[in-house]
Structures are given as structure tokens and as C-alpha cells.
Design a protein around this ligand. Structure first.
Ligand code: SAM
Length: 250
């Protein structure tokens, strides 16, 4: 099985440190937006793809979900998830964790989910149409898929500086010169190489439509009405970091 970059010690440690920060992109943008899109979860069966340390799963159970499954490629993430869920007093019989790439979602025994979510992970997936077909098989009729991923204007970057800057080194414009070139992006975080995949907005939306989902809502959060974060996340005032799509299975 392919090894997760999150299982590289330095990558994992830095990621956990980042997640402890109460004003990370995850806390300020991803979680509030994702949670605002959720339907009523009372008594519902939920699956979270790329669940990481299980924060979303805990929230779904707190909202009344009857059963929550988390799937992640990283063993480290799942060990942390187990510890965090136990610490939060979550009844682990209502929860199951799988160490598996989401590309092999068809191998888990559970199905008929009312909701499948994924936060900040689909940009790691090479074959998006294939993943969507697998997801559809695991959803109950009228079940929902809600996901966030890095926004295509973020995944577009290929090389060089992301920003045009002025003489005072102030960010002037975000470069999109590789937007039309879809496919693999070789990236680095703390000198650790990893791969993501760029798809244009049209490719993502059309893949979702062609897989048999009806799009209910698309969100590109921009920190509007969150002035308290404007200094911290200066560059997000005119550039959405994440794309959210809420769908229902037809
Ligand atoms: C940025 S983290 C987000 C974690 C979690 N969803 C959250 O928002 O807190 C991305 C997660 O996706 C997982 N991931 C990446 N590629 C994956 C794959 N092919 N299958 C399953 N999980 C994957 C990583 O291991 C990591 O836990």
C-alpha cells in the first residue's frame, strides 16, 4: 500500500503543531464552512474520507450521527484519532476507523451511508471520476457527498513564486499561469516532497455531475465578515483557499 506523506515523522509533527493553532486555516475556514453545510445528522450513518485525527467524526457523532466511519491512508493520523476520540469520551462502538487509501473505498464492509464527507483531501487523488463512482456505490439513495479540497487556483501552482510582488515585497497578484495544465503537482512542505493533483473548476464540477450527483451548493470562503482574521490571513482577502461542494446522489 502507498505510504502517506503524513506518516513521515517531521511532516506529522509539524502538521499536529499546525492543528494545535486555534487560528489555522482548518479552524478558521475549513471547519466552520464544512459544518455549516451539514444536513441534520440525527440517527444518520456518516463516512469521512481522509479523516485525519478524527475531529470531524467526533463532531458528526456529537450532532447525533448513529454511526461514523473514518478512513485514512495514514497510520499515524488514525492512532491519533483513536486517542483523541477516546479522550473526548466518544463511544468507539459507534465509530470505526480504516487505514486504507480512499481509492479502495469499495473494500470496506459498511455501505448505505446517508452522508459521505471529505475535508482538505481530494487534491491528493489522481483519478477523481473513479473515486466518485466508488463513493456513489457507498451512498444510500438521496445520500449526500460534501467535500472541501484545495481550491483549483491553489492547486494550479507549478513552479516559481505564487505571487507577483511590488518593490516593497507586498503581494500584488496571485499567479495562475499554469491553471490550464491539469495533472500532477510535485510539492514540498518542510522539505518533504509529496504529490497533489490539479483539476480546473470546470473539470471538478463536470466530474461530479457526470458521476450522477446533483450539486446543491458551491462555496469559496473568503473570510468575509471575519475581520478579526484579516491581518493573520492577509492573502485570503481576495483568493479563496478552499472549494466546497455539497451534492446529493440522484
Ligand atoms: C490535510 S489532512 C485533513 C485531515 C482531516 N480531513 C481534517 O480536515 O482534519 C489530509 C488527510 O488526507 C489523508 N489522505 C491523503 N491521501 C489519501 C488517500 N489517498 N486516501 C485516504 N486518505 C488520504 C492524509 O493522510 C491526511 O490525513
Amino acid at each position: 500500500m502507498e505510504r502517506s506523506i503524513y506518516d513521515t515523522p517531521i511532516f506529522f509533527e509539524r502538521y499536529l503543531k499546525l492543528r494545535e493553532n486555534p487560528i489555522s486555516l482548518n479552524e478558521v475556514v475549513e471547519k466552520p464552512t464544512m459544518f455549516s453545510l451539514l444536513p441534520d445528522l440525527t440517527g444518520k450513518r456518516v463516512l469521512d474520507l481522509g479523516c485525519g485525527t478524527g475531529g470531524h467524526l467526533a463532531h458528526y457523532l456529537a450532532l447525533g450521527a448513529s454511526f461514523a466511519v473514518g478512513l485514512d491512508l495514514s497510520q499515524e493520523m488514525l492512532c491519533q484519532a483513536e486517542q483523541d476520540l477516546t479522550k473526548k469520551g466518544i463511544n468507539l462502538t459507534a465509530c470505526r476507523l480504516y487505514c486504507l487509501p480512499m481509492e479502495r473505498l469499495d473494500e470496506i464492509e459498511e455501505g448505505n451511508f446517508d452522508l459521505i464527507t471529505s475535508s482538505f483531501a481530494f487534491h491528493y487523488i489522481a483519478d477523481f471520476p473513479d473515486l466518485l463512482a466508488n463513493i456513489k456505490q457507498k451512498l444510500a439513495p438521496q445520500g449526500r457527498l460534501i467535500f472541501s479540497q484545495e481550491h483549483p487556483i491553489v492547486t494550479a501552482h507549478r513552479c516559481g513564486d505564487r505571487w507577483e510582488k511590488d518593490a516593497q515585497k507586498q503581494q500584488q497578484a496571485y499567479r495562475l499561469n499554469h491553471y490550464r495544465e491539469e495533472g500532477l503537482r510535485e510539492r514540498n512542505w518542510f522539505k518533504q516532497p509529496f504529490k497533489t493533483y490539479h483539476r480546473t473548476m470546470a473539470t471538478i464540477l463536470n466530474a461530479v455531475i457526470h458521476a450522477g450527483f446533483e450539486i446543491e451548493q458551491v462555496v469559496e470562503p473568503m473570510l468575509q465578515g471575519q475581520e478579526e482574521w484579516h491581518e493573520e490571513f492577509k492573502d485570503l482577502r481576495h483568493r479563496p483557499p478552499l472549494l466546497f461542494i455539497k451534492t446529493v446522489r440522484k
